[in-house]
Write a protein that binds this ligand. Structure first.
Ligand code: BTN
Length: 247
């Protein structure tokens, strides 16, 4: 990743830039980074606050040669890669992977991932994986103080954005190429489960039209969260936003 590398001082959203480049034929592995974003986007149509000089805002173009049903596995591949990179660069940071695509430290979001797929006229598809990693943001903006953290906030030390970016891109490329050759996520399930923030906890999962509750009982090889519901059955959940219920 990053042999085609576009570095911008500011842009609306690196995901939107990368999607536009991909529509124009940008190669797999094209990377767009920006020092700040004026229209950073999160999941569920939320905004991603993107001040200059402190964090990483990065999007990667992928052209996975797999059926589109496997695309929802990609955020978990990215989450594993980002988790590995952060753990290698900041060994004293206790970071967890929150299904389906966040990295959490001390109950707050360190990194969010936004994975978007577009189908092309020739029936192929491309995917843009964007991540926002809070590195030296300190303090967090008032309105995000309860929900966001950064490496600097959590460790009391600043970290090199360039080193972190290189660590993420190297690991993500390796895991992604491995994933393409497999049938599912089995090869990283032990890693995802070992670092799962929701492991064994009582959850509420919000979906667009409903709310599910139950006990986290692991992940399926397709990246579905397995929820043990009140009647004791296991329900595979493909998407949604999970919240821990108080113990
Ligand atoms: C989320 O947790 O809701 C996902 C946040 C994703 C933010 C990143 S920052 C780089 C890329 N460009 C965007 O506009 N969004 C993603």
């Amino acid at each position: 990743f990053g042999r085609n590398f576009i570095s911008l001082a500011s842009t609306d959203s690196t995901n939107l830039r990368a999607r536009a480049l991909a529509r124009d034929g940008a190669a797999e592995g094209t990377v767009v980074v920006a020092d700040s974003q004026t229209g950073g986007r999160g999941r569920m149509r939320r905004a991603w606050v993107s001040p200059a000089g402190v964090n990483l805002y990065c999007s990667i173009v992928l052209r996975p040669p797999v059926p589109s049903v496997r695309v929802p596995e990609i955020p978990l591949v990215a989450a594993a890669a980002i988790h590995e990179a952060v753990a290698a660069e900041c060994p004293d940071l206790a970071a967890f992977i929150k299904w389906p695509n966040d990295i959490i430290v001390a109950g707050r979001k360190l990194c969010g991932i936004l994975c978007e797929m577009e189908s092309e006229p020739d029936c192929t598809h491309f995917v843009v994986v964007g991540f926002g990693l809070n590195v030296n943001l300190d303090p967090a903006p008032e309105e995000l103080r309860e929900i966001a953290t950064s490496i600097a906030i959590a460790t009391g030390r600043s970290a090199s954005r360039a080193r972190l970016l290189a660590a993420v891109l190297n690991r993500f490329e390796r895991l992604y190429l491995d994933w393409r050759e497999r049938d599912d996520l089995s090869f990283i399930l032990p890693y995802l489960e070992a670092h799962a923030w929701l492991k064994g906890r009582e959850l509420k999962i919000e979906q667009f039209s409903k709310v599910l509750t139950g006990l986290e009982a692991g992940l399926s090889p397709q990246g579905h969260l397995l929820l043990r519901t009140a009647d004791g059955s296991i329900l595979p959940v493909s998407s949604g936003e999970a919240h821990l219920l108080p113990v």
